[in-house]
Design a protein. Structure first.
Length: 233
């Protein structure tokens, strides 16, 4: 029965993928429709629209499709980031509450009298602070610049200096690169916090077992020494 259920589940996942392909099995209908709308030649095939040969590999198709998508929708990433930044204020408040709870939890654990808490939680607090600094300094500023349409203004076209001396406003492409790199750094930092907390949990879990093993070994040593002295007598 388990095998039959698994087969039905796999077939239910494969069926929509099969239905999305044309009768010739050459390209997805959805992709062909979306790209043919932007091409004046309605009889062009999927490969003609992407400008690749019909014998191209899947990697070449993916690369060409992404290039075509960027040319047709150059502001797709900006529209997505603008949508995130213009979300309801409740989401921003919830995010601030989550960040505050994280700080409060790490600070509270630092006062517990344990070496593991001091080491693991101290390192976690440092990484967490770095993540919040990256979020506030790079991600929030980048989202504000995208949402405000900074690069389309006349002031940016004429003067790219910031409000402070020596401050230089980055262009659209450089700002998006900084935003992407900041998201990657933030993800790695938060993963590091999770790894440290998991290591602390494992260390605290192993402490009672190690102490029990040491005490058992200490109890066995006097017994063996007493038996040795009796044999000598």
């Amino acid at each position: 029965m388990k095998i039959s259920y698994l087969s039905v589940g796999i077939l239910s996942l494969v069926a929509p993928l099969t239905a999305a392909w044309s009768k010739e099995g050459e390209f997805p209908l959805a992709i062909q429709t979306s790209t043919s709308l932007a091409d004046p030649n309605a009889s062009a095939t999927f490969y003609d629209i992407l400008g690749i040969a019909a014998s191209a590999s899947q990697e070449d198709i993916t690369r060409a499709y992404r290039k075509k998508s960027r040319s047709l929708h150059p502001d797709k990433l900006e529209a997505h980031l603008r949508f995130l930044h213009q979300s309801p204020p409740l989401i921003g408040r919830m995010l601030n509450i989550v960040v505050s709870v994280g700080f409060l939890g790490l600070f509270t654990k630092l006062f517990r009298p344990s070496e593991a808490n001091f080491l693991f939680d101290g390192a976690s607090l440092i990484l967490y602070t770095i993540g919040v600094a990256v979020y506030v300094s790079n991600i929030v500023k980048g989202l504000r610049a995208i949402s405000s349409g900074l690069w389309e203004g006349d002031e940016f076209q004429s003067n790219r200096e910031g409000r402070f001396d020596g401050e230089f406003i980055l262009g659209r492409e450089d700002s998006l690169k900084v935003l992407a790199a900041s998201n990657t750094i933030l993800a790695l930092v938060l993963i590091g916090v999770l790894v440290l907390q998991a290591g602390q949990w494992y260390a605290e879990k192993r402490d009672p077992d190690d102490e029990a093993a040491v005490s058992t070994k200490a109890d066995q040593q006097p017994a063996s020494s007493k038996a040795t002295t009796k044999k000598k007598q």
